[in-house]
Structure formats: C-alpha cells, structure tokens
Design a protein. Structure first.
Length: 95
C-alpha cells in the first residue's frame, strides 16, 4: 500500500501534505484484518504513539453513509469494491 492522495475525497479536500507510513503499519494491517473478518466494510482507525498501537474507532459507514464522493463517478466505483453477502432466502432485495 502506498501513501498517496487518492483521486477523490468526501466532505473535506485532501490535505496538502501526504501522510507518512506509520512504523507499525504492517501490524496495524494485520489487526485490522482480524477485526474486520467477515464484515463487508469496516474502517479501522489506529493511532501510533511511541511505537505503540492504539485503536481509535471502528466505522461501519463512513460519515454515516451520507457523505457525497467528489468526483461523483468514484461513488459507484468505491461501492463496486464491496462484496455484500447474498440476502437470506425469502428476504426481498431492494435494487
């Protein structure tokens, strides 16, 4: 994973400074994978303080699912990357 700005943003524009990759990044990735196991989408926020990892928050819907992506064509692209489980038999699927 590279630490570059992506070609889209939500409410706020990207920062002018590109963030540095945390020293504990590999461990953070491993912990995030364990925490998000079998969950279609989960943002896991960590802090690194004095080379120790602290969990900030777990977010199921970025900005409560109400944030508009800019440019708008990224909204559908980001959504296409999430694999949702099939609806249980007998449940209606809203499209």
């Amino acid at each position: 994973m590279e630490f570059n700005h992506l070609p889209f943003h939500f409410r706020d524009p990207n920062a002018e400074i590109t963030p540095e990759k945390p020293r504990c990044f590999t461990e953070m990735q491993s912990l995030a994978a364990k925490l998000s196991n079998s969950i279609p989408f989960l943002r896991v926020d960590f802090y690194q303080i004095n080379n120790k990892i602290f969990l900030g928050e777990l977010t199921f819907y970025h900005m409560s699912g109400y944030a508009q992506v800019s440019p708008l064509n990224w909204d559908k692209k980001l959504g296409s990357w999430i694999e949702l489980p099939a609806a249980p038999k007998g449940n209606k699927v809203i499209q």
